[in-house]
Each structure stands twice: as C-alpha cells, then as structure tokens.
Design a protein around this ligand. Sequence first.
Ligand code: 2AM
Length: 176
Amino acid sequence: MSAQRRLFFALSLPPKLQKQVIQWRADHFPEDTGRPIAAANLHLTLAFLGEVSEQKETALRSVAGRIDAKGFSLCIDDAGHWPGAGVVWLGTRRAPRPLLQLAEILRSHAARNGCYQSALPFHPHISLFRAATRQVAIPPATPHWTLEALEFGLYQSIYERGRTRYSLLQSWPLPA
Ligand code: 2AM
C-alpha cells in the first residue's frame, strides 16, 4: 500500500496579516488560554481531506486545477470560542459568496473521492489557539482586517519532534 499523507485545502495569510493577528492575540488573550498556533501555521481551511493515498491526492490536485474560481476579499471582523473543540478563532461576519462556493466545490469533490466531510456547516475561520477548553473572554472590539484571497493551496500536515507544521504542496491562482 502506498504511503498516505494528511492533507487539506486552505487559504494562507500574507506575512503582514500574520503579524497583525499574532500581535492582536498577544494583546487580548492570556498566555494560558490554550496552545497558540505558530504564525507560519495560521490559515483558513477550505476542505479537510484527512489521510489521503497518492492516487486520491492526484485526483484531487487535478480537480483543484480545473476549478474556475475568482479572487475575493474577506473581511476578518469576527472572533469566537468553541469550547468543545477547544478552538479560539478569527472569522468573518459575512462570508463572501466566492469563498463559500470554493469551499463547497472542494468539499464535494473531497467527499466524492472518499474523504469524510463533517456534517457541520462550513464556518470559515482562522484558528488561533487549540486546547482552549476553559472559559475564554472574547474581546468585544474585534479587528477589521482584509484578507485578499488571490490563490488557494493544498497543504500537508506534518507532525515531527512534537510539533505540527503545514507544508504547501501546490497552489492555484484565484484571478481577479
Ligand atoms: P481548523 O480548521 O479548525 O483549524 C489541518 O488539520 C486543518 O484542517 C486544521 O486547520 C483543522 O482545523 C482542519 N480540520 C478540519 N477538520 C478536521 C479534522 N477532522 N481533523 C483535523 N483537522 C481538521
């Protein structure tokens, strides 16, 4: 059997936005809130694929390359805490239609290729902390940043020496 890789499709954050997010997190949350996600790992998941064979990966890369989606702007103006999942996140109050369409097409192709998709509705978010299981005070004034989505990528989640890092395998443009 060929090796499987843990994969997902996501939007990345440009370095300037990464820095703003990290600073906002440091300014508004105590250190013991949970396990902070490293700046380079900040992303917005479009479709989680799980452990994927080489064959499925090839099929999904080919699907991704045929998607005819346009670029869009996403306003980062919402934040919240999911105590069950232990996630503190940043998100948007109004998800733009092109984002929802892109996630929907990726998730439906993932499902067709046998990648289990959660029955929960897609809630676009950037995870800031994991293992945040105790009560968390979300700042009343949320930021107001813009994420320009000009491409999306296929990422591998790699766990080594006690750390997770996300490695970009391939990206596809989202033209204007
Ligand atoms: P997140 O989007 O809430 O942060 C890689 O693991 C990415 O895929 C993470 O960002 C993770 O959560 C997201 N993801 C979605 N469903 C997942 C699942 N069932 N298991 C692990 N990660 C999942």
